[in-house]
Design a protein around this ligand. Structure first.
Ligand code: URP
Ligand code: ZN
Ligand code: ZN
Ligand code: ZN
Length: 505
C-alpha cells in the first residue's frame, strides 16, 4: 500500500486529490450512532456533516459513496496514543504523521496524545508537542502528564486548562526515577484537577514494588522479556488502582484509569462504580486480545515487541476484560499505541528493564474491536460506536462535534463493511514499525472508507493524507463527569458542620 504524502513523496498535492474538502454523499448505508441506528444518507460539505436523512438528492458536483449493506459510523477516537514520544532512551518510531496515517487507514480519525513535559515543565512540554504535531494529518488533542509537584506546575495546570485547551492530566504511579509521583503529589494534583474541572488520569502500578520486583528477577538471573511480566504482577496494578480510586473518593474528584490490563484493576473499578463513584476504566486493544505467553517466546525480537506497561497478563484476564467492557464496567477502548522497532527494542536484549515499553494498535483498534466484540456477538453495533468513539468524545467534552453522525458534527466518518475480512501484517500496515503484535490476525469486517475533516483519506486500500491538515482540538473543562460534584461537596460540608455542632455539647 502507498501513503500519498505530499511533503515527502510527491512534492505537491497528492495522488490527483486536492487538499480542499469536496462535497460528499454517503448513500444507502446504515448510519450508526451510540444512541440510535437508522437507514440513512449522510451529506458532507466543507468538513461538516450537513444532513442525515434518507434519500438525499444532490447535483453532479458531489462525490457519491455507495454504502449499501455497510455501516456508516463516527470515525474512531483513540483516547490513548504516544506519537513522537521520547521514552526509555528512545523516541517512538511513529511520529504524528506516520502514526495518524496508520490510524486513518484503520478508521480512527482523532487521537488524544500525552504531552510528556521535559523536566516536568508543562508549558515547555506543550510548546514542544505543538511542534511535534505540526505534520498531523488528522485531528488530535492532548492530555498533559504531571511528573512532579510544585507551585509552577500548579500554575501551569491552570494555564493549560484556561488557555491551551487541555482538560485532563495523567499521573504515573509507576516508572520510579522518571515519571512516578508520590501520593502527596497525586493528592495535590487531584485537588488542582478538581478545581479546574480537568479529569485526572492515572497509570496505576506501584512503582516502588515494581522496582523491587525487577531487582528480584535480575538477582534470579531472569533477564529476558518474561522478566518484565514477572516483575510487575497484577497485584501491583490492583493495589495502585485501588489507591488512586480511594484517594479520588477522598478528594471527591472524577477519575479515569488508563490501560486497565488485569482482572485485579478491573475489579477495583467495578467496586468503585458499584458504590456510585465516578471512575472511568479504559481498556486497550492489547489487554482485550493478548495473553502473556508471548513474552516467553524464545526469539527475543518476538517476545520484546509485546513488552508494555502494565504488562499483558496471563490466561483469563483478556476474556474478563472483554466481559467488563461489554457490560459497561469498562467504558471505552484505546490503544496505548507506542511503537519501537526491533532495533530499538533490542537495547534491552540482555536486560528486560531496558526494553522500551510499548505496542502498536492505532491502525488495528477499530477492526479488532469489531471482530472481537461485535462479530462475536458480545456487543451491539451501537455499543461499538459508543466504546470506540462517542464515549471518548463525551468524557473529554468534545461531543457532539466529535463522536456522532449528526448535522453539524465534524465530517469524521467511516464506512465499515461487516462482510469484508482482514488479515494483519507488518508487511502491509502503515505504521513505521517493522513488527506488529497482531501479526497474522485474521477476522471479519473491515473499514473501507475513512473521511476525516470532510476529506476522503482512505478508500480502495489507498491513503491520501496531507501533512499539516490535522487540527488541534481544544477540549473545554467541566465535562459531564463533573456535573453534580459541587453539590456532593456541599452535602459533605454540611454533614461535617452538623457533626462539629454535636461535638460542641
Ligand atoms: O508501555 C507503555 N504503556 N508505554 C507508554 C507509556 C505509558 O505508560 O502509557
Ligand atoms: Zn496502502
Ligand atoms: Zn501508562
Ligand atoms: Zn500510554
Amino acid at each position: 500500500m502507498q501513503i500519498c504524502d505530499a511533503a515527502t513523496s510527491f512534492g505537491g498535492p497528492l495522488c490527483g486529490f486536492s487538499s480542499s474538502s469536496p462535497k460528499i454523499l454517503i448513500k444507502g448505508g446504515t448510519v450508526v450512532n451510540a444512541h440510535h441506528l437508522e437507514a440513512s444518507d449522510v451529506y458532507i460539505e466543507n468538513g461538516i456533516i450537513l444532513d442525515v436523512k434518507p434519500n438525499i438528492k444532490v447535483g453532479d458536483d458531489v462525490t457519491i459513496i455507495d454504502a449499501s449493506g455497510k455501516f456508516v459510523m463516527p470515525g474512531g477516537i483513540d483516547p490513548h496514543a504516544h506519537l513522537a514520544m521520547e521514552f526509555m532512551g528512545s523516541e517512538t518510531i511513529d511520529d504524528f504523521f506516520s502514526g495518524q496515517a496508520a490510524a486513518l487507514a484503520g478508521g480512527t480519525t482523532m487521537h488524544i496524545d500525552f504531552v510528556i513535559p521535559p523536566n516536568g515543565n508543562l508549558s515547555a512540554g506543550f510548546e514542544s508537542y505543538k511542534e511535534k504535531a505540526k505534520n498531523s494529518c488528522m485531528d488530535y488533542g492532548f492530555h498533559m502528564a504531571v511528573t512532579k509537584w510544585d507551585e509552577s506546575v500548579s500554575k501551569d495546570m491552570e494555564i493549560m486548562v484556561k488557555e491551551k485547551g487541555i482538560n485532563s492530566f495523567k499521573f504515573f504511579l509507576a516508572y520510579k526515577g522518571s515519571f512516578m509521583v508520590s501520593d502527596e503529589s497525586l493528592l495535590e494534583g487531584f485537588k488542582k484537577c478538581k478545581s479546574l474541572g480537568a479529569l485526572p488520569l492515572v497509570h496505576a502500578e506501584n512503582g516502588d514494588a515494581v522496582f523491587e520486583g525487577q531487582k528480584r528477577m535480575i538477582d534470579l538471573g531472569i533477564t529476558g522479556p518474561e522478566g518484565h511480566a514477572l516483575s510487575r504482577p497484577p497485584v501491583l496494578e490492583g493495589e495502585a488502582t485501588s489507591r488512586a480510586i480511594r484517594l479520588a473518593a477522598f478528594v471527591n474528584t472524577p477519575l479515569y484509569i488508563v490501560h486497565v490490563m488485569s482482572i485485579d484493576a478491573m475489579e477495583e473499578v467495578a467496586r468503585a462504580r458499584k458504590s456510585g463513584q465516578r471512575v472511568v476504566g479504559e481498556s486497550v486493544v492489547s489487554s482485550l486480545l493478548l495473553d502473556d505467553s508471548v513474552l516467553w517466546d524464545p526469539d527475543f525480537n518476538i517476545a520484546a515487541k509485546f513488552v508494555m506497561s502494565p504488562p499483558i497478563r496471563g490466561p483469563g484476564h483478556a476474556e474478563a476484560l472483554q466481559a467488563a467492557l461489554s457490560t459497561g464496567v469498562l467504558q471505552l477502548v484505546g490503544t496505548d499505541h507506542c511503537t519501537f522497532n526491533s532495533t530499538q527494542k533490542s537495547q534491552g536484549k540482555h536486560d528486560f528493564r531496558k526494553i522500551p515499553n510499548g505496542v502498536n494498535g492505532i491502525e488495528e483498534r477499530m477492526i479488532l474491536v469489531w471482530d472481537t466484540m461485535v462479530a462475536s456477538g458480545r456487543v451491539s453495533v451501537s455499543d461499538y460506536v459508543r466504546m470506540t468513539s462517542t464515549e471518548c468524545a463525551k468524557i473529554f467534552n468534545i461531543y457532539p462535534r466529535k463522536g456522532a453522525i449528526l448535522a453539524g458534527s465534524d465530517a469524521d466518518v467511516i464506512v465499515l463493511n461487516p462482510n469484508a475480512s482482514f488479515e494483519i501484517s507488518s508487511n502491509s500496515h502503515h505504521s513505521r514499525t517493522d513488527t506488529n503484535v497482531y501479526e497474522g490476525w485474521k477476522g471479519k469486517g473491515n473499514v473501507e472508507v475513512t473521511i476525516a475533516g470532510g476529506r476522503i483519506v482512505w478508500q480502495n486500500d489507498e491513503l491520501n493524507v496531507v501533512p499539516g491538515s490535522g487540527k488541534y482540538v481544544e477540549m473545554p473543562p467541566f465535562g459531564y463527569l463533573f456535573d453534580g460534584i459541587s453539590k456532593a461537596d456541599e452535602n459533605y460540608i454540611s454533614s461535617l458542620k452538623a457533626h462539629v455542632k454535636i461535638q460542641n455539647y
